[in-house]
Design a protein around this ligand. Sequence first.
Ligand code: P6P
Length: 333
Amino acid sequence: MSNPELNDILCAIKQSCIELYQTVSNNNPFYLSSPVNSINSSSDTVLRVDLIANDIFHSILPQCPHIHGIISEEDKEPTYFPANQNAEYFIAFDPIDGSKNIENNITTGSIFCIFKYPYPIYDNDKNNKNRNEVRNEIEINDPYENIISDNQYERGINSGRDIVCAGYCLFGAHCQLLVSTKESTDLFTYNISTGLFELTIGQISLPNINPFYCINQGYSYLWYEESQLTAFIELQMMRGKSLRFVGSMVADVHRAIIKGGNFLYPSNSKHPNGRLRLLYEVYPMSFIFENIGGVAITDDNKPILDVYFPENWHQRSSILLFNNEDYEEFMAL
Ligand code: P6P
């Protein structure tokens, strides 16, 4: 990667993923899947492996001087690193997505996205501008009601369009890392004997075939009737497409990237704002899908990367990932 700062950040992420892969591989799956007596900010039951994974990232990422702050599914609030006060990158991650699947040995994985602040964190001495001047500039230029609150100012990020890199690391039959930037999306496979991630597929583009459709059809009784989504699902069934849904977003999305197809998690009457979390599940997978030639929209047809950076760190969102053929069919309904 041409950006040395991003390279350093990815090295820290790789190191975290390798340590987590080794931990997952070397421990009893039922021990890893045992619940600890707590729930996270999304009201999910926290499993031991969730905490182990979060601790690994929290121990390694701060050592990278280019990371200003991080937040994960298991954190209530972000952690900022005072030693990296002028760093310009913020990372959101799901330390181990689909952790409930560890005990039945189905692929899980870590998901991340890296934001670059649109402007450096001002330091009075260096930039002759203080935070308030910069904040006021933003407020004047921001025609929307949701003027940047202190928190958003701190993050300095407006939407998913400020993501510069996203990816995931799969823990399955192989440990595989996918890294996506606007320039390229590449898949690497961990070689246990060398301890390195080796390139498997470079410049990935989304197959324009759709042998499967992917949705939790068990929730169909919760879907909004007569919607475009229900019509699209009925069409897939009429066409005899196979349904694939393993309950680990990272595994389901990876199948669509490698074999073609889609990933659909619409909002429903139980989750009117969507089930998955915008910051560290929906944004990163949408960034990847757009980079490989796909479409990523909410179920009211808004490009997900245009959705404003959330005030609530764990805000949920619907997500519809399509290749172009699927998307045209969906929009014609
Ligand atoms: P449900 C895993 O817990 C996760 O966050 C995603 O990886 C997955 O797609 C989703 O939840 C599955 O949730 O309620 O459909 O089983």
